[in-house]
Write a new protein. Structure first.
Length: 54
């Protein structure tokens, strides 16, 4: 019962803050892609994600 209540609470909070979460994700992704090729650690991380997912 406690786990169910926590899940409902997380869903409600996520729904309330969905715009902020979405804009934060897009802003962070944009900054990361702007740094691609300039920051070697970030470049290797993005390359690793692409080879793992694809």
């Amino acid at each position: 019962m406690v786990i169910f209540c926590v899940q409902v609470l997380v869903f409600v909070v996520g729904y309330i803050y969905r715009e902020r979460l979405s804009s934060g994700f897009h802003d962070g992704l944009g900054r990361g892609l702007d740094s691609y090729g300039k920051d070697m650690a970030l470049t290797q991380a993005i390359d690793g994600i692409q080879t793992t997912v694809i």
